[in-house]
Design a protein around this ligand. Structure first.
Ligand code: UD1
Length: 420
């Protein structure tokens, strides 16, 4: 029987919580470790299931990998394979991020197409175009991609600022001979983190964080060392939980600037928010009022990954908030579950209208994706009575030691695979 999370809501969350390293930083950084014929050390790399899937891919390719807590050592001295088996691709959709690194290191790569996911179709056309622009050839046999070619740097203009395609192009470009100028690049902080790691390996990369990234490829690389940035989405989830449940919480280990599109919404909804160097303190003063419309957008806009937990917080309160989901097609699967808990939310295409209600109540609900699962936890913490949350494998992809952290903050949370 798979694990279930029981949450008895209505207790305020007080105290301090340190967020773990960012999953979305760790994954491309682990792929990047393949590029250097040496040993890389990556710290603050939490043993989430998506990280484990990346490590399984590295092992399959012939790297030796050691994990001690949240520190990972990858010895990529002599990889022997260039394929990612279908089972590993299915385990983690974002394993397509290995395409640029494998091709760059081995001169060929074989991956199956990642297909759709819980959030809707997951096209990889931009990844493919970027690799092809650098001289890689891609043969597609029924969703099985065979890539090869000697990569050469050049200008690439992405059709949209895709995070994954930006990272894939950077990894391939580091191995390509000559200069690559990547235009309309995504500007997410995780891309800056990848740049920092690549530099520690001896690569020449500049511009990450802006929409033009310049890579002087073909430099000799060596193993790198890096501490992964704090997870801004995990931080937003904890802050949303405090806003929903009440209390006075400080989230540490993050750059508050990365959170400002979200903390500004929480402040507008009535929370007192104070940011310092590496922390954000949130005090919930009264029932949340609504906020201005929330449109998800590429960074520095409101992150799509924070939409579900913020919606869960704003479902209880006195105001109405309009959400417009612009990044993924199917990102409201948590709504029906929130409605089971008493929320008043209507969805029409990409728009969700959230009318705050005075209180939510506990219910048996099922997570169907990672951040949607986080939304259910946030709602349950602020609800009256007990909730039973299933589908925890989704949460385990992105939250490490969640129950313990919530308990330390005063929540009544129990995870079990045995209780009926
Ligand atoms: C990354 C994050 C994910 C986050 C998302 C948007 C990781 C591991 N995951 O996902 O948590 O929700 O950014 O901030 O970092 N698209 C195409 N063609 C492509 C690639 C993307 O059309 O080749 C579209 C996608 O369908 C989506 C949009 O572009 O509508 C943004 O996707 P992208 O930025 O690529 O997200 P991911 O890198 O997959």
């Amino acid at each position: 029987m798979s694990d279930v999370l029981y949450v008895r809501g209505g207790r305020p969350l007080n105290g301090s919580v340190r967020v773990h390293g960012a999953k979305n930083s760790a994954l491309p950084i682990l792929a990047a470790a393949l590029l250097a014929p040496g040993t890389s050390v990556i710290r603050n790399c939490p043993p989430l299931s998506d990280v484990e899937a990346s490590l399984a891919i590295l092992r399959h390719l012939g790297c030796s990998v050691r994990q001690e807590g949240d520190a990972v050592t990858v010895d990529a001295s002599s990889p022997v394979r260039c394929d990612v088996p279908d089972a590993l691709m299915r385990e983690m959709r974002s394993s397509v991020i290995f395409l640029g690194a494998i091709l760059g290191r081995m001169g060929e790569a074989e991956l199956s197409y990642p297909g759709g996911c819980e959030l809707g179709p997951r096209p990889i056309d931009l990844h493919r175009k970027a690799i092809q622009a650098l001289g890689g050839t891609i043969q597609d046999a029924g969703g099985h991609l065979r890539c090869s070619g000697r990569l050469v740097g050049r200008e690439i203009v992405l059709g949209r600022p895709s995070v994954g395609a930006t990272e894939n192009a950077m990894l391939a470009a580091v191995a390509a001979a000559g200069t690559t100028v990547l235009c309309n690049a995504a500007r997410e902080p995780e891309i800056v983190d990848l740049q920092t790691f690549l530099r520690s390996m001896g690569a020449s990369v500049r511009g990450a964080g802006s929409s033009v990234v310049v890579i002087e490829g073909g430099r000799p690389l060596h193993g790198g060392e890096h501490t992964v940035m704090g997870d801004r989405i995990v931080a937003c989830t904890y802050l949303a939980a405090a806003a929903a449940a009440g209390g006075d919480m400080t989230v540490t280990g993050v750059d508050p600037r990365h959170l400002s599109p979200v903390t500004s919404v929480l402040a507008e909804a009535g929370c007192a928010v104070r940011s310092e160097e590496d922390r954000v303190r949130l005090t919930a003063l009264a029932p949340l009022s609504g906020s201005r419309p929330i449109h998800t957008a590429p960074y520095p806009g409101f992150p799509t990954d924070a939409q579900p937990p913020l919606m869960a917080a704003l479902a209880k309160g006195t105001g109405t908030t309009l959400f417009v989901e612009n990044i993924f097609e199917s990102r409201y699967r948590h709504v029906d579950e929130l409605v089971r808990m008493g929320a008043d939310i209507r969805v029409e295409g990409r728009v969700a209208v959230v009318c705050g209600v005075p209180g939510l109540h506990g219910a048996a609900v099922e997570a169907s994706d990672l951040r949607g699962g986080a939304a259910l936890v946030v709602a349950a913490l602020g609800a009256r009575g007990e909730s039973r949350i299933g589908g925890l494998r989704h949460l385990d992809r992105g939250y490490w030691r969640l129950e313990q952290a919530l308990r330390d903050l005063g929540a009544a949370v129990e995870r079990t695979g045995t209780r009926a």
